[in-house]
Design a protein around this ligand. Structure first.
Ligand code: ZN
Ligand code: ZN
Length: 637
């Protein structure tokens, strides 16, 4: 499929030339384009299409049908615009010089390039057309024209014939700048992969990143330009990319630039920092964001913060253990005074609040669920040893060891992150673009990589993960091809651990707290339990909470694995798609479902001394055979 094809189809519909294949997508670009290109700022894309339609309207409507059919009388410019190769050949052979520009100073190669006529371009090049000929009001090359229209295939073809992407047009924009301005990200990715320098400034000293930062509409994959310099400044106003993003009110771009380390204090020629500009454009969100980042950066320089960040898992775990332990101890205090307990609890709350304000960073906050889970397990084990040790021990010890083992394996095993070096990524972009497959379903624009089958991009881990199931907050990482079975086993042992704790608590209560449930009612029973041991009741509640989520998750996971052979991500994706279809389809008829037994055998890699043969597939290396992704077409499933 060629870029811009949809517009062509729409034009055919609108103007009733359904039977004709030679209606040009853009006819008079030279004169109209120059006026519009000055107003490239956000509104550009919205304005272009209707105006292009009007142009076609004006030029095409008065023409008669017979006139359209008879191309043998056309001049060479028109024949080129409509891609009539035979007529072009006829005229060139009759003595027309392909280098001769028309009255608007536009060469034939320009017209062929902007209308995406590959064969005509090939013919003109063979006849000696100058590839980097400057022409039109904007003094641009045919390559510039093809980029403005988003014809990736034409860009590839022109580069093959030796077009120079670093040539600047009359406004000072180079090829990469134009691709960014007109938001043709696949072309931008291709140019960068082909070795176009990402920081090459235009004649005003603006780098492509600055232009990208100003864009408000459309999706701008700034990540693509991640390796570009965030501290470069332009010649006129000495604005950095962050200044540009703030001026354009582009919050998303500002966020990405800040994460990439853009300075919040850098001053432009007028002495304004991005924060000053955010005040000027009256954007409270940007002001808040910039101030927050500024404070966080000041704090992160302190020694204490650096130590905390370095040993953050240990620190956070100890902190959670201390908080849970002290809350339990306060509740369990032998004192009868509720006032004392209340004051102590308030003190713990104050400490938590203070620590959160002083030391919390996003990296630490994302660890909270995982460390809370481990702190709970820690206190469950301690309670078992101190209070319930009289009961069965061997099985419990086995359960606890297995739980910790599978938890560590889930966290420490690489879930199947798809890796590629810079060179491989560039090569991939070039190969995919040239094969016409730079398609978001098989290409990840964040990683600049071809996605393997069943892989998805995780924004928390900032990587593509093979056979990704979901991003788990409980292990603070992704569940994918390589650690999914460890995670399911961890869930299983966590549920069993919960069962052991219930058993321990009930035995403890039956021994130490004589209950008269039937006589006194539920409320009296609960107050008796609190009076007997608040600590044990607290541990019971913790165990109940963790068993509840773990058992629900375990049932869902096993159901999906056994009956569908699909991951959580695929299931939700397909269910969403199914809702849009008129007739219902069975999700069980998918290519990955091998039947209940074989699904489970393959998932857990059960061999049972050669009794079963599980399927072993390395999902980081499986790529779809052609351009059609298995899940890209709803009718297959
Ligand atoms: Zn990715
Ligand atoms: Zn993740």
């Amino acid at each position: 499929k060629q870029w811009g094809g949809t517009r062509k189809i729409r034009l055919l519909d609108c103007h009733g030339h359904g039977g004709h294949s030679h209606v040009p997508a853009v006819h008079g670009f030279g004169d109209h384009g120059s006026r519009m290109a000055h107003g490239f700022m956000p509104a550009f894309h919205g304005q272009f299409s209707p105006r292009a339609d009007q142009m076609i309207d004006l030029t095409q409507q008065p023409k008669k049908r017979s006139d359209m059919d008879d191309s043998s009388s056309w001049d060479i410019v028109k024949a080129t615009q409509f891609g009539i190769l035979d007529r072009c050949k006829e005229l060139v052979e009759a003595g027309y010089d392909v280098r001769q520009p028309d009255k608007e100073n536009v060469s034939l190669l320009h017209w062929a390039a902007i209308n995406n006529h590959a064969e005509v371009v090939k013919y003109y090049i063979s006849k000696g057309a100058v590839i980097d000929q400057l022409g039109g009001d904007l003094n641009s090359t045919p390559l510039h024209w093809a980029i403005r229209q988003g014809h990736l295939a034409m860009v590839i073809q022109l580069l093959r014939y030796g077009a120079d992407p670093s040539v600047a047009d009359g406004e000072g924009y180079r090829s990469l700048h134009l691709a960014i301005l007109f938001q043709h990200m696949p072309i931008a990715a291709y140019l960068m992969a082909k070795g176009q320098e990402v920081d090459l400034p235009d004649s005003n000293g603006q780098t492509p990143l600055m232009l990208a930062a100003q864009k408000i509409i459309g999706y701008v994959s700034l990540k693509v330009m991640c390796n570009a310099s965030v501290s470069a400044v332009d010649k006129v106003n000495r604005n950095s990319p962050l200044h540009c993003a703030v001026l354009a009110g582009n919050v998303d771009a500002a966020h990405i630039l800040l994460e990439a380390g853009a300075s919040v204090d850098a001053e432009n020629a007028n002495g304004h920092s991005p924060i000053d500009l955010a005040h000027q454009v009256h954007s409270p969100l940007l002001v808040h964001m910039l101030n927050h980042v500024k404070q966080e950066r000041i704090r992160s320089k302190s020694r204490c913060q650096r130590l905390v960040n370095r040993y953050r898992v240990c620190v956070q775990f100890m902190f959670c253990v201390a908080v849970l332990g002290s809350v339990g101890a306060i509740a369990d205090l032998s004192s009868e005074s509720w006032l004392l307990k209340g004051v102590l609890l308030a003190c713990v709350m104050a400490v938590v609040n203070l620590a959160q304000r002083q030391l919390a960073s996003p990296a630490l906050q994302s660890l909270v669920p995982a460390t809370t889970l481990m702190a709970s397990v820690f206190w469950m084990l301690v309670t078992w040893c101190l209070c319930f040790l009289a009961t069965v021990q061997v099985l419990f010890t086995f359960n606890a060891t297995a739980l910790l083992y599978y938890y560590l394996r889930s966290c420490r095993t690489d879930p199947g992150i798809v890796k590629a070096t810079e060179e491989e990524k560039k090569l991939n972009v070039v190969l995919l673009a040239e094969a016409g497959c730079l398609d978001p379903r098989i290409f990840c624009t964040s990683c600049m990589m071809k996605k393997p089958m069943r892989a998805s991009h995780c924004f928390s881990c900032d990587a593509c993960v093979a056979k990704q199931d979901h991003h788990s907050v409980w292990i603070n990482g992704c569940i994918g091809a390589r650690n999914h079975h460890f995670f399911v086993l961890f869930l299983l042992y966590l549920c069993l651990m919960g069962a052991w704790m219930f058993y321990g608590c009930l035995t403890y209560w039956s021994k130490h707290c004589p209950l008269h449930y039937q006589e006194e009612g539920v409320w009296a029973a609960i107050s008796a339990l609190v009076g007997c041991s608040s600590w044990v009741l607290g541990v019971f509640c913790l165990a109940f909470f963790h068993t509840a989520w773990a058992s629900i998750l375990l049932v869902i996971q096993l159901y999906q694995i056994a009956f569908y052979g699909l991951t959580n991500a695929e299931m939700s994706n397909l269910m969403l798609r199914q809702r849009k279809l008129p007739q219902s389809i069975s999700l069980r008829q998918n290519p990955y479902n091998l039947g209940v037994v074989r699904n489970l055998v393959s998932f857990f890699q059960l061999r049972c001394c050669g009794l079963f043969k599980p399927a072993t597939v390395d999902w980081t290396q499986q790529y779809p055979p052609g351009r059609d992704h298995m899940f890209g077409q709803p009718d297959i499933v």
